[in-house]
Structure formats: C-alpha cells, structure tokens
Ligand binder design. Structure first.
Ligand code: SF4
Length: 217
C-alpha cells in the first residue's frame, strides 16, 4: 500500500442508514459495527502522503465523521484530489454546507436511488428529499455534483424523469445497475437492469451507464 498515492477511506464505523446489501448488515445482530472514528494522527499521515482521497465508506458514511470539514479543507489546501460519496441524510444543513465550503474543488456523489420521495425504499432511514436539497445546495460551492441512481424495481419507471431533473439542475447523472440481486430479491428490477458479470467476474456491460448518460445529455 505504501507506494500508492490514492486511498479509499472508511472514516468511522458509523452510518444512520440500513441499506439491505451493505457490508454493515453482517453485524445486525451484534451491538455495533467494529471500529472507531479515524484519529487526527492517522489523518495527518494520510493527508501528507496521498495525492487523491476517496471518502467512500464500505462500513460507514463519511458525513458521520465530526471532523469531515477539517479533512476536506486539508485536502483543498494540499491540492489533494477529493471525491466524497454520501447517502446518509441525518446531519444538519449547516454541517453539509460547512463541508461544501471547505473544499470547492471536491467532487460530491449523492446516493439517491430513485426520485427523492422513493429513495428510502433501498436507502432505509434516508430522508431522500432532504438529501436532494443538499445535493442542490452543493452546486453553489463545489466543482462537481453527481446524482448516483442505482436501479431497483421501484425506480426503473422513473429513470427518464430523474434524468430530466438532473438536466434541469445541471448535475451529472450516474445511472447504475447492480449485480447484487438474488433471484427472489424483493427489490430486483427487470432483467435488463440487472448487471451481468462474465466468467472472470468482470462487468460485461461496464459501458452501459456511461453510454446511457451520454445518450440522454
Ligand atoms: S449508506 Fe453506505 S454505509 Fe450506510 S448503510 Fe448504506 S451502503 Fe452501508
């Protein structure tokens, strides 16, 4: 790892959502997901070494770390390329705004799977309408705003509407198929929206969302 200049970070063991396929679900019957907040010391080592930081938790949502604004500011001041993926909506508006202001060069990706009023059907506990407002607010401050929309049965019929909304707001729209559906998954979409993998485990339609995006913008 030491010769890599890019890192993906789980900033803590915290998330307010309960997405059914999340890695956190293996700890559902336990008291808490193991781990803690990333310490100041560990962050100081990371920020002084890496050239690109991806705040995209596997077991957590980055917005849960109380020092996220400071970390984003550090990245900006050191010219560290910054990506941040959020889906948890529970932090106050002021906190989101402080984060946006801290790093004008950051790329923010908002996980809103469907129209804002429907997203909680996968993103359990999410206030999709609030997060959608935060996504709109981010446009005032940050370099790139992306609406990530994973396709499920409850939202496959609203894709065109969402694409138009993204266009109107001038945010990037990232439509994604998932390969994680079991045959009887209650959220499984139509077969054309299920991601296929070839025998080597590679995504056989990796260009799909890119082409889809270009076709509609
Ligand atoms: S938002 Fe991310 S970390 Fe939180 S439950 Fe959903 S997938 Fe897991």
């Amino acid at each position: 790892m030491l010769d890599r200049k890019e890192i993906n970070l789980d900033l803590s063991n915290k998330c307010t959502l309960e997405c059914p396929k999340c890695a956190r679900s293996q700890y559902l019957n336990k008291k808490e997901v193991p781990g803690n907040f990333l310490s100041d010391h560990d962050w100081s080592l990371i920020r002084d070494y890496f050239k690109c930081v991806n705040f995209c938790g596997v077991f957590s949502d980055p917005i849960m770390h109380p020092k996220l604004p400071e970390m984003l500011r550090d990245c900006f001041e050191r010219n560290i390329k910054t990506h941040i993926h959020v889906a948890a909506s529970q932090k106050p508006k002021d906190f989101f705004e402080e984060c946006f202001k801290a790093n004008p060069k950051a790329r923010w990706v908002f996980g809103i799977d469907g129209l804002p009023s429907d997203s909680h059907k996968h993103r359990v506990n999410q206030d999709g309408e609030k997060l959608f407002e935060m996504m709109k607010l981010s446009k005032k401050y940050v370099a790139r705003t992306v609406w990530q929309y994973i396709i499920f049965n409850y939202n496959e019929h609203t894709i065109e509407e969402a694409i138009q909304m993204a266009k109107d707001l001038q945010v990037e729209f990232l439509l994604q198929k998932s390969a994680r559906f079991t045959p009887n998954d209650p959220l499984r979409p139509s077969e054309e929206y299920v991601l296929r993998r070839d025998n080597n485990g590679y995504n056989s339609d990796s260009q799909w969302s890119h082409e889809r995006k270009n076709a509609k913008r």
